[in-house]
Unconditional design. Structure first.
Length: 297
């Protein structure tokens, strides 16, 4: 079955993120390897790296991915922001490598004052520049499908395909699909027909072999809104049956499926404790998987 997990805070140090995942019974994990809203990253002490890797191994959590900083824009034509984004993304890959992560999930970016085609070429070139000095690395560049707000890139499967084509099918480039983003971008994963057509379209454009990660989020906004507003599983416009279908799709049985749903307000960030909302969302997902198994039995 899919490896369920969630994005966990690194407050208090990276090893605590692994402990938070463990107390929630997570099989997989997503983290920020640094502050998501700052360019500068504190160095990772060797002892912290070792402790994190030990915690992950002890809890049998795999895979673990990092989400790149929200400041990074690989599609920008602005030369200063572009150089800064590529440098920062390279550092994200280095940190993922040191921590033994599967890869770094990154939004392709915004083309702002340029054109969509120019933005796609810029994204591909930025990924190439980040990977070139890291030829011996293993960490993947995981392009996240986006909701389509403003001039964001990657909200149509064809855009992701063109980025990969510009990279000549680089073997270290993969894709992450977010259920809220799919819905916001106009892909109907709610109905049987819409679900089939969505993944048939993805397979034609990109290929299922590139799909390595799912983000599981319901949506506060309607189909095709192009607005990224996450909601709790089964509480938003997508509805619970879409997640039942996805969780029990044999094509995705070995993939990590990670929550990015809202956290409980007022929780103490530096402690390791169960977040009631994370626990509830994970329990809902597990029930959906168990229900299908019983039905088949």
């Amino acid at each position: 079955m899919p490896r369920l997990g969630a994005h966990m805070s690194i407050a208090g140090g990276l090893p605590l993120a692994a402990e938070r995942a463990a107390v929630h019974g997570c099989d997989a994990l997503q983290i920020f390897s640094k502050s998501s809203n700052q360019w500068r990253a504190r160095p990772l002490p060797p002892e912290e790296i070792a402790a994190f890797r030990d915690k992950v191994e002890q809890a049998e959590i795999r895979p673990v991915v990092a989400h790149a900083s929200y400041l990074i824009n690989l599609g920008t034509p602005d030369p200063v922001l572009r150089d800064r984004s590529i440098l920062a993304f390279g550092e994200e890959l280095d940190r993922a490598e040191a921590l033994g992560l599967m890869g770094v999930v990154v939004h392709p970016g915004y083309y702002t004052s340029g054109t969509q085609d120019e933005g796609i070429r810029l994204v591909a070139d930025a990924v190439r520049r980040a990977l070139k000095p890291r030829r011996r690395g293993r960490a993947l560049v995981i392009l996240e499908h986006t909701a389509g707000q403003g001039t964001s890139l990657g909200w149509r499967f064809e855009q992701l395909a063109r980025i990969i084509e510009h990279l000549e099918g680089h073997p270290r480039v993969a894709v992450c699909l977010d259920t809220c983003h799919l819905w916001a971008a106009g892909y109907d994963v709610q109905t049987d027909v819409g679900y089939r057509e969505t993944f048939a379209s993805f397979e034609r454009a990109v290929g299922l072999d590139r799909l390595r990660v799912f983000h599981l989020n319901d949506s506060k906004k309607p189909l095709g809104s192009r607005r990224d507003r996450h909601d709790h599983i089964g509480k938003g416009a997508i509805g619970v049956e879409a997640f039942r279908r996805l969780l029990n799709d044999a094509r995705f049985r070995d993939l990590p499926m990670l929550l990015e749903t809202p956290k409980t307000e007022g929780t103490r960030a530096t402690l390791v404790e169960v977040d009631p909302l994370d626990a509830k969302n994970l329990a809902t997902l597990r029930t959906l998987m168990a229900g299908r198994r019983r039905a088949r039995g």
